[in-house]
Design a binder for this molecule. Structure first.
Ligand code: ADP
Ligand code: MG
Length: 296
């Protein structure tokens, strides 16, 4: 087991009387009562390697879904396809009932679905405020920045106000005019999240939001993620620490070799033989860096 503190702020995760996922069977591809994202037959190969092959997946609105699975299972590739940063070889997917198939990332972001990104070298040379203002453009690359800034005329104040509001919300107001490159790893993770929120998304995809964050900041990050869900946002996150997964998520989806091999509530997944086998199988070839309950 991980020796990170497991004092995850619990309470909303898991069954409650209003839990929209109560009664949903823990089966791969199972239908949800009110799916915000629906994926069908999305596949992606790199050379001879089939990285993603998702037959059917639904994400329930207003929940935190954890995407787990061994290294190389296709989680990041899946995020890239769904958020429009890369094109799958085949498949269709829709968000809020509207097709996203073939749409570029910035259009998908405008429709309300964004993914976070690690800050690039170029972004490290921008201040926290500038990073957020760039985020307002809905995930166009930084090469568009000059054109974007020209198009802001008259709107900058609104955008800046939104940026300041988010800096405050994420306890980064004091870093407003500091370069992102001068921030700690944890602060950068907060900035990445805040940046994605500039466009007022309804769903956010977080790829390992806790990676490289010291334990003291982990709690704060988790608190922010839960607060977003409690405000009605839908969150899907890739996370390796099983204590975190069990504590924070309403639903867990497990990938192995590009496919959804299991989904269900955290407690279903903890006891799922296919999940345990996938992690144990992968450990033969990988460093033992993942932990599944009962595995240690
Ligand atoms: P995960 O995020 O679950 O660790 P990835 O989605 O990063 O897995 O990778 C899935 C598989 O696809 C891995 O075998 C990886 O090496 C391969 N892969 C990912 N991106 C590329 C790429 N751009 N070119 C070639 N192979 C890739
Ligand atoms: Mg990955």
């Amino acid at each position: 087991m991980s020796d990170k503190p497991s004092a995850v702020p619990l309470g909303k995760g898991g069954a409650t009387s209003t839990d929209p996922l109560s009664g949903v069977a823990p089966e791969p591809g199972v239908a949800k009562p009110d799916p915000i994202l629906v994926v069908d037959n999305v596949s992606k190969s790199f050379g001879g390697l089939q990285a993603v092959r998702v037959e059917h997946l639904e994400v329930q609105r207003g929940t935190i879904t954890a995407l787990i699975g061994p290294n190389g299972a296709g989680k990041s590739t899946f995020f890239n396809q769904i958020s429009g940063f890369d094109r799958p070889d085949a498949g269709t997917w829709s968000f809020e009932g509207q097709s996203l198939t073939g749409k570029p990332a910035y259009k998908i972001a405008r429709m309300g679905l964004v993914r976070t990104f690690q800050l690039t070298k170029a972004l490290m040379r921008l201040t926290a405020l500038e990073n957020l203002m760039l985020g307002a453009t809905g995930q166009r690359g930084e090469r568009f920045l000059p054109a974007i800034v020209r198009s802001w005329r008259g709107q900058e104040h609104e955008i800046e106000a939104r940026a300041d509001e988010l800096l405050k919300q994420f306890n980064l107001a004091h870093m407003r005019d500091e370069y992102a490159g001068a921030m700690s790893g944890g602060q950068r993770k907060l900035l990445e999240m805040a940046r994605a929120l500039m466009v007022h998304p309804t769903m956010i995809m977080l790829d390992e939001p806790m990676a490289g964050v010291n334990p003291a900041l982990t709690q704060s990050l988790l608190g922010h993620i839960q607060a977003l869900r409690d405000d009605g946002m839908t969150i899907i996150l890739v996370e390796h620490d099983m204590d975190v997964v069990m504590g924070i998520s309403d639903w867990v989806v497990c990938f192995a070799e590009g496919e959804v091999i299991a989904e269900g509530r955290p407690r279903d997944i903890q006891a799922n033989q296919a999940v345990i086998d996938a992690y144990l199988g992968s450990k033969a070839g990988h460093e033992a860096e993942h932990t599944v309950e009962g595995e240690s």
